[in-house]
Structure formats: C-alpha cells, structure tokens
Design a protein around this ligand. Structure first.
Ligand SMILES: Cc1cc2nc3c(=O)[nH]c(=O)nc-3n(C[C@H](O)[C@H](O)[C@H](O)COP(=O)(O)O)c2cc1C
Length: 193
C-alpha cells in the first residue's frame, strides 16, 4: 500500500486530552503511523486564532504561525478534521481557523473566469462528534453545518473526495461503544482514508 502524508487537526476548541475528539485524533494517528503513513498534528485548542474582520484581511496572508499551518496543509495529501458539533455546526474557533487558512488566495482564487481551486490532489475526512443521534443529524437536519465545511470550503479548494464519519449520542455512550468508535477510527487511519 502507498503511504500518504496526513495532517490531523483536532478541531476541538478545548485542548483537554479527556475530550473524545482528542482520543479520536490520537486513534487516527496511531493507525496511520502503524501503517507507515507520515503524520503531522495540530491542536486547535492550543492555537491563537484571531477573528477575520474584512475582505482586505482575507486577501492577505495570515499571521506567521497560521501561515506555517498553511504550509502543513500544502504538505499534506490527506486532511483529517476532527471536531464536535456545536449549535448545529463547527465550533466558532474552528470556523475562524478555516477562514484564516483560506487567506491570501491559499485555498482558491477568484478570477475573471470564475473560481480557481488551489488544493487539488488532496482528500479529506471529517470526523464529527455530537450529542444527538448521528442519524437524526444526518436525516432531519440534513447534516447542514458539516456540509457547509465540506462543500462551502474544502470542495471549493479542490479537495476531493471529502468523506465524513459521525459519532452521535456521545454523552450517553458506554465505554464499549466508545472503544468501538476508537477502533473504527484507528482502522481509517491505517488506510489513510
Ligand atoms: C457549546 C456546545 C454546543 C453543542 N451543540 C450541539 C448540537 O448542536 N448538537 C448536538 O448534537 N450536540 C451538541 N453539543 C454536544 C457536543 O457535540 C458533544 O458534547 C461533543 O461532541 C462531545 O465530544 P467531546 O468529548 O470531544 O467534547 C454541544 C456542546 C456544546 C459544549
């Protein structure tokens, strides 16, 4: 099997290792490293992410520590984004990070003839945890908050395919169910999928 360069972003604003998102990020990395993939990791909870305030800012490069993260994304062939569902979508700090990463035409550029994607040749996996049952979010809510990241950001940059994995009922899940989730994510890591 070919090995891949994987960037794992733990997109939980809380950096505490006790969070399920931290454990899932760890499980993905474990599976990937065991199969020889190259892994780099970022923890949103430990990052300083300023809020973007204008088109003028968006058109320029981000602060140096976030430009370094753009370089990590450029290095990666596969992006893994792990985050909790907060009020139907990504936590505000994660949205702020994605806005910063897209700065300066990094992800796409608007040209006279339309949009030009800058991150083609990469794939992504979104791993999302939530309090409600995952099927309820997917079917009743249409998975909209996650879809806005999938289609409104990642696919616009040319990243494809973008796949997702939802884990619901998190607060009431038994230890055995959590273990099964971690095993499933470790397997995804092994396949770099
Ligand atoms: C501010 C906030 C908003 C939340 N909003 C939702 C929501 O809209 N839908 C949902 O199913 N769960 C919601 N939850 C529950 C979280 O998704 C759940 O606690 C999280 O996925 C657990 O993972 P963690 O241990 O990594 O934090 C919310 C939790 C918080 C703290």
């Amino acid at each position: 099997m070919d090995t891949r360069r994987i960037l794992i972003i733990n997109g939980h604003p809380d950096a505490a290792p006790a969070r399920l998102c931290a454990a899932l990020s760890e499980a993905y990395a474990k599976g990937a490293l065991a199969c020889g993939h190259e892994v780099r990791r970022v923890c949103l909870g430990s990052l300083d992410v300023p809020l973007l305030a204008s088109q003028a800012e968006f058109d320029t490069a981000p602060p140096a520590h976030l430009a370094a993260l753009q370089a990590e994304l450029h290095w990666a062939e596969h992006l893994v984004l792990v985050f909790p569902l907060w009020l139907g979508g990504a936590p505000a700090k994660l949205k702020a990070l994605l806005e910063q990463l897209m700065r300066g035409g990094f992800g796409f550029q608007t040209e006279a003839k339309g949009m030009s994607a800058r991150l083609g040749g990469r794939s992504a996996r979104l791993i999302v945890t939530m309090g409600m049952p995952a099927a309820l979010y997917r079917l009743y809510f249409g998975g909209q908050g996650v879809m806005s990241i999938e289609r409104g950001i990642l696919r616009l940059t040319g990243i494809s395919p973008v796949r997702d994995t939802f884990f619901g009922g998190v607060s009431t899940a038994s230890p055995a169910r959590r273990r099964a989730w971690l095993d499933r994510v470790e397997t995804l890591g092994a396949k770099a999928a």
